[in-house]
Structures are given as structure tokens and as C-alpha cells.
Design a protein. Sequence first.
Length: 223
Amino acid sequence: MGTIKVLLLDDKEIIRESLAKLLDEQDTIEVVSKCSEVQQVIDEVKRVKPDLVLVNDKLAKCESNEAVRRISESSPQIKVAVLTDSLNKKDLISAIESGATGYLHKETKVDDFIESIDIIGKGGVVISPAVAESLGDKRNLLTADEKEKTELSGREVEIVRLLAKGATNKKVARDLYIAENTVKVHIKNILQKLQLRNRQQLAAYAVKAGLVTDLADQENGKE
């Protein structure tokens, strides 16, 4: 994968322009559009086809998780990340349940922020270290019902962890020394066990289960 195309959603022009300037300075990132409202994003996604939408959590006309949900539902192939100043566990859960695969704290160091955009754009999941640390040892955020459905084998847990880091089926197969078709069968069985529909929901599950907790737990899983 080459340049990651990013669309920004923030209702404050000064923040949009500042983020755009920072991201456009990176060789591997291109800001393809800057929007101030959710409906504008939904329309723009069809035109510019970004890899990632970065949503500020402080929007005047729409709650950020509602924005994430609407974007994810209209374009499920697009990755969505939330830029937040919250360290609240409920806010994190709401964001990932709405479809976010990135939860980036506004006090994140610039180099880590850029790396996070790269990881999320390539299909991985990132929770900023500041947020992960605020959870302490309570990183399993699954509900009681979700825990009841959790009957994954050790091998299935390994696969979920790799997928949430953005690994392709081919890389999972190579890392675990199994056939690529076997990986596909495992993924199908995992989705059925957890009653999930797609990889995006599986990535959110991985975060809630504590299988991927922060940037330090990431690696570039793409080919």
C-alpha cells in the first residue's frame, strides 16, 4: 500500500488546517479533503475515496460517535479514527462500538500520531498509550454477554490479534505456519462464534478483549 489518503472532519477551521498541514508534510500521507459536517464527509467519501477519516470528538452539530457510526454505515470499507481528549472507558467503548478502529489522544506525540495514522490506514487498530494506560489492568472491556460468547482457542486468539494489527491472511498464514485457506476457515469460524459480521467488528472486539491495547503493541502487518 502506498500513500494513505486521509479525510479530516472538524468543525473548527483552524484545527482542520493545522492537522492538514502536519499530515501533508509526511511522505506517506495525503489529506484529500477537509470537512466541517458529517453529511459533507459522507458525500466526499464517494468522491475522493479516502483510506481513513479522522474525526474530532468535539463537534458542535453532531456527537462524534454518531458521526463515526454514520460514516461507517455509509462506507464500511473506510477506516475511521477519533481524535479525543477523553480518558474515559465508556467513551472508548462507544467509539469502537460505533465503528472506530483508532482512538487517538490529543496529547499524543507527533511521531506516534503519524505512526498511528499509518497503522490505522493500513487496516490496524490503535488506542493511544495515554488511553490504554488510563484503563490500568482493566483492559478487558467485554460485557457479560460478550464474555459468554468468548470460546476462542489459543490459535484463534493468535489470529484475532494479528488481524487487529492489520495483518493480511497471507501474513497470518506465514507467521503461524499454516495454509492461507486454513486462515480463512478460522476467520469464518471466529466470526460465527462471536456473532460478528466483518473484520472491522472483529478489530473492535480485539480492543475490548484487551488483545490490542496501545501503539506499543502494534506492528506493521501489511505486505
